[in-house]
Design a protein around this ligand. Structure first.
Ligand code: ATP
Ligand code: MG
Length: 198
């Protein structure tokens, strides 16, 4: 599961756990992005902060792992390169890339969509405010075999976004119960989003 995780919240965790359950996955690997190519102009916390917050959020789940692959790679973080990396690590594994209903619609605009579908299948988790039925609209961009590799999944609806959490921090509002407690404390202790409060 890729993401900016700026910061990680319960919406990410619930989607990952629901995907693991539904698809009987051995592991879910969280991959915080390095420089997200599509997030120019927004405040993105330091990659090491995002890595550690993600680590804190997943460490208690024995099926959750974290990867530094995008953080340690120079230049923009392209999902196509990441999927190729995992595929090459073990081509015998059936790799799934977990996204929310919003991110899956961007897939066709991502770097090298053909390569993306060669190396993984996709689990598109429902997300409040975005309709999974829009996946059908990708028909005009994707072949039938590619479309068949996108698996929609209804997950418990949590209307939480990192943007909303950053806004709350900016306004000095509580983020309790939106993110794991360890993440909440990490943000406060390290003043991760202090620049937003100026
Ligand atoms: P931002 O508001 O900064 O874009 P975000 O909450 O969308 O943050 P991302 O890091 O952009 O979080 O998302 C990583 C992945 O998790 C994406 O595929 C996104 O669709 C999915 N996701 C995020 N929040 C939810 C949620 N509440 N329910 C289901 N999926 C989600
Ligand atoms: Mg997002």
């Amino acid at each position: 599961m890729g993401g900016t995780f700026n910061p990680i919240h319960y919406g990410h965790l619930v989607a990952a756990e629901a995907a693991r359950d539904a698809f009987n996955l051995d592991q879910v690997i969280f991959i915080p992005s390095g420089q997200p190519p599509h997030k120019a102009g927004l405040f993105v916390a330091d990659p090491e902060h995002r890595y550690l917050m993600t680590f804190l959020a997943i460490v208690s789940n024995q099926h959750f792992e974290i990867s530094r692959v995008e953080i340690d790679r120079a230049g923009p973080s392209y999902t196509s390169e990441t999927l190729e990396y995992f595929y090459r690590m073990d081509p015998s594994v059936l790799w799934y890339f977990i996204t929310g209903a919003d991110a899956i619609l961007d897939i066709v605009t991502w770097h090298q969509p053909d390569s993306i579908f060669r190396h993984a299948e996709f689990i598109a988790a429902s997300r409040p405010g975005y309709s999974l039925s829009k996946i059908e609209a990708l028909k005009s961009h994707l072949g039938a075999d590619q479309l068949a590799r996108i698996h929609p999944l209804e997950v418990p609806a949590l209307a939480i976004s990192s943007s909303q959490i950053r806004e709350r921090l900016q306004q000095r509002l509580s983020i309790k119960y939106l993110v794991p407690e360890a993440v909440e404390h990490y943000i406060a202790k390290n003043r991760v989003y202090e620049a937003l409060k100026a």
